[in-house]
Design a binder for this molecule. Structure first.
Ligand SMILES: O=C(O)CCC(=O)C(=O)O
Ligand SMILES: [Fe+2]
Length: 320
C-alpha cells in the first residue's frame, strides 16, 4: 500500500469515527436513569467522602483516648527540676505548687504579689497583717483601673473576636465575656493603669522565669483582661489548647495563668472557675477572689466559668 492510500484509509476511519460520535450522556444522579448498556455495578462500593462535624470537646475526648493529655504535656517538663523544686529560685510559685502543677496539671495560689514592688515600702518584714493590707490595696487599685477601662468601652465582646489561627472547633457562642488584649511593653498605658501594668510585668517576668525553669517554653505570651457582666455572664466548658509535647510547636498555648481582680467577692456571687477532673473525677471550683493566681496546663485542663452575678475581672496570660 502506498503512503497516500494509507493516509486515505486513516482519514476515512477518523471521519467515520467522528461522524458516529454521539453526544456523551450526562452522568445520571439515579442508578435507574442509567442507559441499559452503561457499565454499572450496583454492588460496587460507592466512594463517599464522610464529613462528620464534631465539637472541640468531642475531638479532645478522642485525643484523650489515644494518650492522656497530662502525660503528653509532662513531656515538656524538666522532671529533674521538678524533683529539685525545693532548691529552685522561685519568685511567685512555691516548690509545692511546682510539684502540684506537674502531678495534677493545675495549681491555685493566694496573696500573689511582685515582692520587689512592695519591698521598698513596707514589705521589709512588717507584720503579716501589713502585708495583707498592701496586697488588698494593690488589687483594689487594679480592679478600679479595670472598671474605668470597662466604663470607657475598651472591652470588646469575645464572641465577635476571632484570631487568625483560631481552631475551627471553637464555639465562640460559648462565652459572654468582654475582653481587651494588653501589651506589657506598651509604656503609654502605664500612667493610666499602673497597677494592671505592674501585674502584667509580674506575669511577664517573675512568673515566666519560674515556669521556664520547669517547663520548656518558647516565651511567647498573650495577655488579656476579661470582664464578665453581672447578668450571668459565663464561659462554657472548654480547653485553651490542644495537648502538645513538641518543643518546637508554637501553635499551642502551654500554660494558662489567671489573676483575679475582684476584691469584694463573696460566696454566692458565682463566677467560679470550674476545673474539671479527668475520668469523672470531681471538679474543683475556684472562687475568683482578688490576689488569687490560677496556673494550669492549657492543653490538659477542661474548665468553665460559672455564671456571675457581680462584675468579674480576670487578667490572663497564655504562655507558649
Ligand atoms: O476567667 C477565668 O476564670 C477563665 C477564663 C477562660 O477560661 C478563658 O478566657 O479561656
Ligand atoms: Fe479558658
Amino acid at each position: 500500500m502506498s503512503n497516500e492510500s494509507v493516509d486515505n484509509v486513516l482519514t476515512d476511519r477518523i471521519l467515520r469515527a467522528v461522524s458516529k460520535q454521539e453526544k456523551l450522556p450526562e452522568f445520571p444522579d439515579e442508578a435507574d436513569d442509567l442507559p441499559s448498556d452503561y457499565e454499572y455495578d450496583p454492588d460496587a462500593e460507592e466512594e463517599v467522602e464522610e464529613v462528620e462535624e464534631i465539637s472541640e470537646n468531642e475531638l479532645l475526648e478522642i485525643l484523650e483516648q489515644e494518650s492522656s493529655a497530662l502525660d503528653t504535656a509532662r513531656l515538656l517538663f524538666n522532671e529533674d527540676k521538678v524533683k529539685e523544686a525545693d532548691t529552685l529560685s522561685l519568685d511567685i510559685l512555691s516548690p509545692q505548687s511546682v510539684r502540684d502543677l506537674y502531678e495534677t496539671g493545675s495549681v491555685v495560689l493566694d496573696n500573689v504579689v511582685d515582692k520587689s514592688v512592695i519591698q521598698g515600702t513596707l514589705y521589709i518584714a512588717y507584720s503579716r497583717m501589713m502585708f495583707i493590707i498592701l496586697i488588698t490595696l494593690i488589687y483594689q487599685a487594679a480592679h478600679d483601673e479595670a472598671s474605668v477601662m470597662q466604663n470607657n468601652g475598651e472591652f470588646q465582646p469575645a464572641q465577635e473576636y476571632r484570631q487568625e489561627g483560631d481552631d475551627q472547633y471553637r464555639d465562640n457562642k460559648a462565652r459572654d465575656d468582654r475582653t481587651v488584649w494588653l501589651n506589657p511593653a506598651d509604656e503609654s498605658k502605664e500612667s493610666s493603669r499602673p497597677k494592671i501594668s505592674q501585674l502584667l510585668k509580674m506575669l511577664q517576668h517573675k512568673l515566666l522565669q519560674d515556669l521556664s525553669q520547669i517547663i520548656h517554653l518558647n516565651g511567647n505570651v498573650e495577655y488579656q483582661l476579661a470582664y464578665y457582666h453581672p447578668q450571668n455572664a459565663r464561659y462554657e466548658r472548654h480547653r485553651d489548647a490542644f495537648p502538645t509535647s513538641e518543643r518546637e510547636d508554637t501553635t499551642q498555648r502551654r500554660v494558662t495563668a489567671i489573676i483575679y481582680l475582684n476584691p469584694d467577692w463573696v460566696q454566692g456571687d458565682g463566677g467560679e472557675l470550674r476545673l474539671f477532673g479527668k475520668n469523672s473525677a470531681p471538679h474543683q471550683d475556684v472562687e475568683p477572689i482578688a490576689s488569687r493566681l490560677v496556673v494550669f496546663l492549657s492543653g490538659v485542663v477542661d474548665h468553665a466559668v460559672i455564671s456571675a452575678s457581680k462584675p468579674r475581672y480576670a487578667l490572663t496570660a497564655w504562655i507558649r
